[in-house]
Design a binder for this molecule. Sequence first.
Ligand SMILES: Cc1ncc(COP(=O)(O)O)c(C=O)c1O
Length: 459
Amino acid sequence: MTTLPKPRQPELKTSLPGPKTAAIMERDSQHLSTSYMRPYPFVPDHGEGVWLTDVDGNTMLDFFAGIAVSTTGHAHPHVVRAVQEQVTRFTHVCLTDYPQEITTSLAERMVKHVEKPGEKWRVFFGNSGAEAVEAAVKLARNHTGRSHIISTIGSFHGRTYGAITLTGSKTKYKRGFGPLLPNVSHVPYPNPFRPPLGATAETCGQAVIDHIEGLFQTIIPADEVAAIIIEPMQGEGGYIVPPADFLPKLRSLCDRHGIMLIFDEVQAGMGRSGKMYSFQHFDGQNGMNCQPDIITVAKGIASGMPISAMLAKESVMTWPVGSHGSTYGGNPVAAAAAHATLDLLEGVVKHSGCGDSLMENAAQVGEFIMAELKAMQVEFPFIGDVRGAGMFIGLEFVKPDGRPDGKLRDAASMAMFERGLLNLDCGEAVIRISPPLILTREEAATGLEIMRDALRALK
Ligand SMILES: Cc1ncc(COP(=O)(O)O)c(C=O)c1O
């Protein structure tokens, strides 16, 4: 087993934005799509481990990993080597037409994390989360012969037409783009901090189940529903963890009505929550099962190389030859990066200072971060909620009356950035903490100190 060297810890600098950053941002504003957002002035030049250095030489601690993507940090030697080796062999043939061992073995490896005894799963590879979601919905419709899809309020599933239709977090993703996909409905997500449907933190899971059953009696015939798609832990909507009974009850509801259950693990999956897939925190608890029929993954799968996967039970993947495909999907270079990422996630290759595996590290260091943040709530009463699992952590800012405080969140995000911490918002008033899974306890403590300092400045 290889033990990889620990990255050095550069000094933080905070002279932002520097002249090169400002110049590139100006050119960027002239020539790139007007749809791109720029939350703060940052232009990366290179990275090492959990650190990113901008074009002016400012080194920042990365607490967002390019939106939960850079699982192994930046320029991880094991990932770099795997990519370099594959590039010298071949970079493309087309998986839709020809098998390639590197993706065959990747599929074999990925299904092992979900298959239960006597069950077989198959994998379709794409390039992005949205493509995996499109594939999931197409498969569910094709397999069931039904058309209706149920999604959740607050969800994010991507930017393609099907995916924006399913998305329920912000109207700006849909405004001016209609008509969207027909036969899609949204139901509340059981958020224990802000329980929907007049329920409590404890009862909101059951309340959402009752709400769906109610829709089946009044508005949507259950036997026309192909699938329910849901993030087992909601990402863009605010890093929300549902109550423990909810996903097993949703599984039972789907079983009662012959509906496919799709878990979108694009953001919370691939070890981020401390388990390979975030639904596994609930599956098998108290004898209850919530294994889905279809899973979508992307983001963290290949440390930033573009690849996504839609996994489905063999009994569900019944679409015929030629019915779905992709020119680039399952690209061998991205697949090599995915293998290297899995090596580190599973602990086949160790990363110094990160225990037996990155998955274990995500669980342990994530627990440390969460405990420290909860302790900070005493000093900063405007932190209304700290929640999550592993390195999937949300920090919700509230007004004195408990309502979400988006303005304060924005100010906190900027104050953290100015002190050298890359972070990202989500939901109405949440900062998400989704660092590379190689983050050590010491590096986490550095980030927490920056956060504390930034929050004190806000007071
Ligand atoms: C849960 C979830 N699904 C799907 C997507 C879409 O992924 P992509 O941007 O790679 O298309 C995202 C992206 O943030 C996501 O968080």
